[in-house]
Design a protein around this ligand. Structure first.
Ligand SMILES: *Cc1c(COP(=O)(O)O)cnc(C)c1O
Length: 463
């Protein structure tokens, strides 16, 4: 399989060439030249596989520059019961007939980002080892991504992580998760400022090309193709668990921010997985819901981005969305370049009508909806869900169709967002074993002014 950019550069690259990269040189995102098709017979054969074996089968359709036995060993090391809590890795939790949660949040940081990031850690270590290179990952986080990256990269040979977070602004649990890591290759930097200040520093350092090259600076952000590919696997795993035969259809409802999670569902559907609908659920930051309803895409400024109780979906610009638009517009790279170069855009009526062919629909949820849905789910189904999953369930209940099973992707555990659980139900969400006293552990973090020069110096001193 080869990969091209969404903005018209047709240079074909191989998987391991783009593994450690972010954007394509023309500013686009990488996609495979074509989606491999999964036949009915293959899907049937996959019904008997473990999650790690299924991951190997799907990844091998996209990766031909890692020997099969190595790739198999990588997936076996990644998707273990020890790391993800169950043999099924992403088990379904039945709510009622035709409605279930797919649990994606039983990895080390209790959010779905572990599903992809744990694989990325193994792939990075493998590829860097093969090349005899090192990489210094620089990132900014408001919570879930940074911790998932740190838990995936801790102790990995050839990789250092420098993670910026806004001082005092993450929840005590999130801070404890990150700052309690004592691994020598993990560096937490708490910046005096807000998340945008952290992101500006990452941009400033990355734009210093000489520094970037000399100090081998890389990223693990959500546009990385390998992360997206890893997520394709759980759409297949969810479908195969929910159905007995390949003639059954399943819809997925996906709590969305950067469009990374649901974009993997789009890829699975393009490969031939019998997905009826892909339902995009947003919170008050409803750029995507507006797009799917109206065909007009209006990314917002940070001043217009609301702080909500499902904070991992508080985005103004959906960084993976360009991949879907590329497919929607018949892979016309020049048009995609014009649209995204201009910031916002509106589709023609004909283009907007094509969205239905791709199975997409959308809905929106608010703080009041989250509280009501957390209550409803607890009372009606006896299940405690987090705020992001609640956004998904709220929209799923509105958009279910008779005869089609609806799977809601559970993107985090309630323990991560305890304040809103208390507000909804006046109870304390349980914590997985071993995390009861995580706030009391010794912390390893350096506090710093919002100054790119100081961050550069810190990197130089610690590699
Ligand atoms: C990152 C995240 C999301 C949003 O996923 P995208 O891939 O950005 O659409 C939703 N819920 C939780 C808990 C997350 O951490």
């Amino acid at each position: 399989m080869r990969y091209i950019s969404t903005r018209g550069d047709k240079t074909e690259r191989r998987f391991c060439e783009i593994l450690l990269e972010g954007l394509a040189p023309d500013g686009g995102l990488y996609l495979p030249v074509a989606y491999p098709q999964v036949s009915d017979a293959t899907l049937t054969k996959w019904r008997n596989l473990s999650y790690a074996e299924l991951a190997f089968e799907i990844l091998s359709l996209y990766i031909d520059d890692i020997p099969a036995e190595d790739l198999r060993a990588i997936t076996q090391r990644t998707y273990t019961e020890a790391v993800f809590g169950t043999a099924a890795i992403t088990p379904l939790k039945q709510l009622e007939p035709g409605l279930a949660l797919e649990a994606l949040s039983n990895g080390p940081t209790l959010a779905f980002k572990d599903m992809a990031m744990q694989l990325l850690g193994q792939l990075f270590e493998y590829e860097l080892g093969r090349r005899g290179e090192t990489l210094n990952i620089l990132g900014a986080t408001s919570g879930d991504t940074g911790s998932a990256a740190e838990y995936a990269m801790r102790g990995k040979a050839g990789v250092n992580v420098f993670m910026l977070s806004p001082l005092g602004r993450m929840s005590p649990f999130q801070q404890a998760q990150m700052f309690s890591l004592q691994d020598k290759n993990i560096h937490n930097i708490a910046v005096e400022g807000v998340f945008d200040d952290c992101q500006d520093i990452v941009k400033a350092v990355s734009n210093d090309l000489a520094f970037k090259r000399q100090h081998k600076i890389g990223t693990v952000n959500s546009i990385n193709w390998a992360r997206l590919l890893a997520q394709v696997v759980y759409y297949f795993a969810g479908y195969l668990q929910a159905t007995k035969s390949n003639s059954d259809k399943v819809s997925f409802c996906v709590p969305s921010g950067n469009f990374g999670n649901v974009c993997a569902g789009h890829v699975a559907r393009q490969m031939g997985l019998p997905i009826a609908k892909l339902v995009v659920a947003t919170n008050e930051n409803d750029v995507l819901d507006e797009f799917f309803r109206t065909g007009s895409y209006r990314p917002r400024g940070s001043a217009e981005t609301h702080e909500t109780s499902s904070p991992s979906m508080d985005i103004s610009k959906a960084s993976n969305f360009e991949r879907f638009v590329f497919d929607l517009l018949g892979r016309d790279g020049a048009r995609v370049k014009a649209l995204f170069g201009a910031g916002g855009f509106a589709l023609t009526a004909e283009e907007h009508a094509a969205i239905a062919r791709f199975g997409f629909s959308s809905g929106r949820s608010t703080h009041a909806d989250r509280l009501a849905t957390i209550k409803l789910c607890h009372q009606r189904y006896g299940q405690l869900i987090d705020t992001h999953t609640a956004d998904g369930l709220k929209v799923a209940l509105e958009q279910r169709e008779p005869g089609v099973t609806m799977l809601v992707l559970e993107t985090a555990l309630p323990a991560k967002f305890a304040a809103t659980i208390r507000e909804a139900l006046d109870i304390e969400p349980p914590r997985p074993a071993g995390l009861e006293n995580i706030e009391a552990l010794p912390k390893r973090v350096t506090e710093m002014k919002a100054d790119a020069q100081a961050v550069k110096q810190f990197i130089v001193d610690h590699v």
